[in-house]
Design a protein around this ligand. Structure first.
Ligand SMILES: Cc1cc2nc3c(=O)[nH]c(=O)nc-3n(C[C@H](O)[C@H](O)[C@H](O)COP(=O)(O)O)c2cc1C
Length: 190
């Protein structure tokens, strides 16, 4: 299987570089998923959306729809169309977002806003029906992980993907949740 991990954390080592923060929870989950999927013999790629140029939807055109409705692409000339097209090469997706204010991060919201517009009414969607696993990475309290996973449920509903796993992770429960991650990587990568 070919599995694509999309992550949505801005966490960086310092102000001058965008090296993923190895102690960040989102990137720790990325590494955990990658390791487990590779162990099972899957081909895995990871794109950190925060490192890409993905701007907000302009809701251009009449009645709030642009060319996304009929042409299934966006008029904005940034990295979105390339990533959207690239997603068709994969059999399953892992979405990993930090929890910010009880929601998925800004980069996740921005990316999925445009993905829904381009894909939901696409009769030849290459995403529909594929398995997804969603991970919400929260701080100490863990408040908002369920709300973030609920937003992923809504995304799953509209994309008509198959929710194979929804995983709440906090810094406190990460070690235990590694077992849960392992179980769902087995589910998605088989
Ligand atoms: C703007 C902002 C809002 C946050 N809101 C929440 C929250 O609602 N609930 C929570 O448990 N943690 C919250 N946190 C903490 C992050 O979810 C936590 O630090 C998480 O590990 C971030 O992922 P990262 O380690 O990959 O950066 C927030 C952090 C930031 C920066």
């Amino acid at each position: 299987m070919k599995v694509l991990i999309l992550s949505f954390s801005q966490n960086q080592v310092n102000e001058d570089s965008f090296v993923p923060n190895k102690i960040g929870l989102t990137f720790s989950c990325v590494e955990e998923c990658e390791q487990e999927l590779k162990k099972l013999g899957n081909m895995v790629e990871h794109i950190c959306i925060n490192k890409k140029n993905v701007q907000k939807c302009l809701a251009c055109g009449k009645r709030g729809w642009g060319i996304c409705l009929e042409e299934h692409k966006c008029i904005l000339e940034d990295d979105f169309n390339t990533i959207y097209g690239y997603m068709s090469n994969f059999d399953a997706y892992i979405f990993i977002s930090p929890v910010y204010f009880w929601e998925m991060s800004e980069s996740a919201k921005t990316f999925f806003d445009r993905l829904k517009r381009c894909d939901v009414f696409h009769k030849d969607s290459k995403i529909r029906g594929k398995k997804i696993v969603c991970i919400a990475c929260a701080g100490g309290s863990g408040s908002g992980t369920e709300e973030t996973l609920h937003s992923f449920d809504i995304l799953n509903h509209f994309l008509k993907t198959e929710m194979a796993g929804r995983i709440p992770v906090t810094k406190a429960n990460f070690e235990e949740q590694k077992e849960v991650i392992k179980k769902f990587m087995l589910e998605v990568g088989k």
